[in-house]
Design a protein around this ligand. Structure first.
Ligand code: WTA
Length: 620
C-alpha cells in the first residue's frame, strides 16, 4: 500500500511508544493513538476540566434546550424570546419572539466595547499584497452599503440579494450589509458558471447582484462580471448589478452600478433594525441527489447561537487569536467560520484570495508566519496536497504562532492527520476534526480541544446539546463498531429551516428515511469509547476536495451536450481530492467521434454548465 511508508516514517520519527500494533488502511484507523490535550492547553481553555465537561455533556444531552438557552447568551438580543423551541417536525423555531440583528452582533456591539481599532480582517492577495480592515472601518463600509441598498436600490427586509465575489473584504461587507437590513443573501461561489448563477438567482428571485469585475487566482484574472453579464438577460428579477471595479473596467450595462460611486455619498452610520430570530439570514445552494441544487434556508437568531457557541468552544477562541479559515465565503464553512461565528466574537480573521500553492508550494506557511496565524482551519484535500508537495516547503517557516488546527469538509485519513499534527502543528497543537454540513449551519461533531483526547481520523464526540446517533436500516441504534447511518435526534438552533420553495424535497431529503430523525446522508460507526468515525456520503452526493457535487447534476450537464446520449457519474477514491468524478458516457450514434477531443470537449462543457468546481474528470 503506497501510503504506509509515510505513516511509518512519521511514527518512527517522533511518536513515543505506542503499545499496540499500527494498522492502517487508506481510510481506516490507526488502531491505538489517542492524544490527550496537553496540561498547558487545558489550563487556558474555555472548557478545560474533564469532570466538569462530562457533567455538562450529560446535562446537555438530557436537556438540549436548556443548554442552548444558556449558549444564547453569546448573542445580543433586542428583545427576549417567549419560547426557546417550538418543534413541529420537520420545522423548528428557536428563540421564538426574540429579535436581533446579525450585523449588530458582528460589528456595533464590538465598537460599543471600544474594539473599533481592532483588526477585523487581514487580507492577503496572491501577489503578496495585504490590507488590514479595522472593526470600525468594516462597520462604516457595511453601513454605507446598507444605506445604498435601502435608499438607492429600494431593497427591504424579506428581499434576496446575490453575492458573487472573490474572497476580499468587500464580500464580507456585502454579506453584513444585507444582514443589517434583513435582506436574505445568497452567496454564489465565484468559481460557478453563468448557468449556475442564473439558476440560483432565478430560484431565489434575487433583486440585486453584488459582484466585482475580476478576481485573481493562479496569477490569472477570473472574469466575474463577464460571467454575470453573459446571463443577465435571463435573470428577470435582477434590477441592479453592483460592481466593485478592481481594475477599472468600464461599466456599460444598463443595470450596472459602480460600488465606490454608490458608497461615497452614503452615511457611515446606519441604524440596525431588530429582526425576528426566525428571519431568514441567508440561502445557500448545495448539491443533493437530484440535478437541481437545493436552496438551504438559515435563520438569524438560532444560526448565530449555533455558530458563536461552536466557534468559541471548539476553536477555544481568545481575544488575541488570528483565525485563518481557508474556505471561500461561497461555502457554508466560509459563512459560519470566516464570517458570522468569528466576527461575532470580534476575532481577527485572515482572508487569502488565491490558490493554496501559488506562486509556490510554501504559500500557506508563508502566510501563517507573515500574519502570525494562531488557528488554522482547512480541508483534508489541502493537507494531502501539501503532504505530497514535500516537507521542504514547510520547513523554511517557523509556524510558531499556531496553537490549534482544524479540519473540515471530508473524512481526514489518519496519515494526513498525523502529518498535520506533526509537521504543521509540531506535535504541539490540538487538531479539531469537525463534522458538519451546509444544512447543520454549525459544527455538530468535534473534539473540544481542552478536554477530549483526539484520535486520528475520528471527529470524536457530538458537541454539547447535539443528540447524534448511528442507526441501522430499521432506525435502531447500532452497537459499538457496527456501521450505520448518522442521524440527529433532537433539533438544534442552527439547523436549516427548510429548502427554499420546496417543502416536499425538505421532508423527503432529511425526514423521511428515519421517522423523527434528521438523516445526514453520511455513514459512520462509533467505537467502544463512543467516538464517531464518519465514513462519508451514502447517497448520490460525491465529495470532491471537500466540495459537494450531486452525480445527477453532473450527469444532467453531460447529457445537455448534443453529442451525448447517456451519462452516468460515480465517485472514485482519489489520493488527494478524497473523491474524483468518473463519467461513463455513451455518445449519440450519429456522432463521428474523435474520442480524445470529445473527452476534452465534455470536460469543458461541464465546467461551462456548472463551473470550474468539478475540475478535470477522469474519463473511461
Ligand atoms: C462531509 C461542509 C467527514 C460529510 C461543512 C458531510 C465530513 C458533507 C466532515 C457536508 C468531517 C464534512 N469528516 N466528513 N470532518 N466534514 N464532511 O455541506 O459527508 O459542504 O455530509 O459542508 O461533507 O458538506 P458541506
Amino acid at each position: 500500500m503506497g501510503s504506509l511508508p509515510v505513516v511509518l516514517r512519521i511514527i518512527g520519527n517522533s511518536w513515543k511508544p505506542f503499545k499496540e500494533t499500527y494498522v492502517c488502511n487508506r481510510y481506516g484507523a490507526l488502531r491505538n493513538p489517542a492524544f490527550e490535550p496537553s496540561r498547558a492547553f487545558a489550563a487556558e481553555a474555555h472548557i478545560g476540566n474533564k469532570l466538569e465537561y462530562d457533567l455538562l455533556w450529560k446535562q446537555a444531552q438530557q436537556d438540549p434546550i436548556a443548554f442552548w438557552e444558556d449558549a444564547a447568551r453569546n448573542i445580543t438580543w433586542f428583545s427576549k424570546w417567549k419560547k426557546t423551541l417550538v418543534w413541529k417536525e420537520p420545522y423548528a423555531q428557536w428563540f421564538v419572539g426574540a429579535t436581533t440583528n446579525a450585523a449588530y452582533n458582528c460589528l456595533d456591539r464590538h465598537l460599543k466595547q471600544g474594539l473599533g481599532k481592532k483588526t477585523a480582517i487581514l487580507w492577503e492577495g496572491e501577489d503578496g499584497s495585504s490590507t488590514e480592515t479595522s472593526y470600525e472601518s468594516l462597520f462604516e463600509q457595511v453601513c454605507q452599503l446598507a444605506n445604498a441598498l435601502e435608499h438607492k436600490m429600494g431593497l427591504k427586509a424579506g428581499d434576496t440579494a446575490a453575492i458573487y465575489m472573490p474572497l476580499i473584504p468587500e464580500a464580507i461587507v456585502a454579506m453584513l450589509a444585507c444582514a443589517r437590513i434583513g435582506v436574505t443573501h445568497s452567496v454564489i461561489f465565484a468559481g460557478f458558471s453563468g448557468n449556475a448563477i442564473k439558476d440560483r438567482v432565478n430560484d431565489a428571485e434575487s433583486k440585486v447582484i453584488l459582484t466585482a469585475d475580476v478576481g485573481y487566482r493562479r496569477g490569472q484574472e477570473v472574469e466575474l462580471l463577464k460571467t454575470v453579464d453573459s446571463v443577465i438577460d435571463q435573470m428577470p428579477s435582477v434590477s441592479h448589478v453592483v460592481v466593485l471595479r478592481r481594475k477599472g473596467t468600464t461599466l456599460l450595462g444598463p443595470k450596472h452600478l459602480d460600488w465606490k460611486d454608490l458608497l461615497k455619498d452614503q452615511s457611515k452610520n446606519h441604524f440596525a433594525q431588530p429582526f425576528d430570530a426566525e428571519h431568514p439570514l441567508f440561502l445557500l445552494y448545495t448539491s443533493g441527489t437530484t440535478g437541481k441544487p437545493k436552496g438551504i434556508v438559515h435563520s438569524t437568531g438560532g444560526y448565530l447561537v449555533g455558530v458563536s457557541a461552536t466557534a468559541k468552544w471548539i476553536f477555544d477562541l481568545k481575544p488575541n487569536d488570528r483565525f485563518w479559515c481557508t474556505a471561500d465565503i461561497g461555502w457554508i464553512t466560509g459563512h459560519s467560520y470566516v464570517v458570522y461565528g468569528l466576527l461575532a466574537h470580534a476575532t481577527t480573521i485572515v482572508l487569502y484570495e488565491g490558490a493554496p500553492m501559488h506562486p509556490h508550494p510554501g504559500r500557506f506557511w508563508e502566510i501563517i508566519d507573515k500574519h502570525r496565524v494562531s488557528i488554522l482551519y482547512t480541508a483534508p484535500t489541502a493537507i494531502r496536497a501539501f503532504m505530497r508537495a514535500g516537507n521542504e516547503h514547510l520547513q523554511k517557516y517557523q509556524l510558531s504562532s499556531l496553537r490549534l488546527l482544524g479540519s473540515v469538509g471530508e473524512p481526514i485519513n489518519p496519515e494526513a492527520w498525523m502529518w498535520y499534527h506533526q509537521e504543521v502543528g509540531k506535535s504541539r497543537c490540538p487538531i479539531v476534526d469537525t463534522w458538519w454540513q451546509t444544512e447543520t449551519g454549525c459544527i455538530l461533531i468535534s473534539p473540544l480541544p481542552g478536554v477530549i483526547a483526539t484520535k486520528p481520523g475520528s471527529a470524536t464526540k457530538p458537541f454539547l446539546g447535539i443528540v447524534a446517533d448511528i442507526v441501522n436500516e430499521q432506525g435502531e441504534s447500532c452497537a459499538s463498531n457496527e456501521g450505520g447511518y448518522l442521524v440527529i435526534k433532537h433539533p438544534w438552533p442552527s439547523m436549516l429551516r427548510g429548502i427554499f420553495k420546496n417543502p416536499e424535497r425538505y421532508q423527503e431529503s432529511y425526514w423521511s428515511r428515519f421517522p423523527g430523525m434528521y438523516f445526514t446522508g453520511d455513514g459512520a460507526h462509533r467505537d467502544d469509547k463512543g467516538y464517531f468515525w464518519i465514513k462519508g456520503r451514502v447517497d448520490d452526493v460525491i465529495n470532491v476536495s471537500g466540495h459537494r457535487l450531486g452525480t445527477m447534476e453532473v450527469e444532467s450537464a453531460l447529457v445537455s451536450h448534443p453529442a451525448v446520449a447517456e451519462a452516468a457519474v460515480v465517485g472514485k477514491q482519489d489520493p488527494v481530492k478524497g473523491q474524483a468524478l468518473v463519467a461513463f458516457v455513451t455518445p449519440k450514434l450519429e456522432q463521428k467521434i474523435a474520442v480524445k477531443a470529445l473527452i476534452q470537449e465534455l470536460k469543458d462543457h461541464v465546467v461551462r454548465e456548472i463551473g470550474r468546481l468539478p475540475g478535470p474528470m477522469r474519463s473511461s
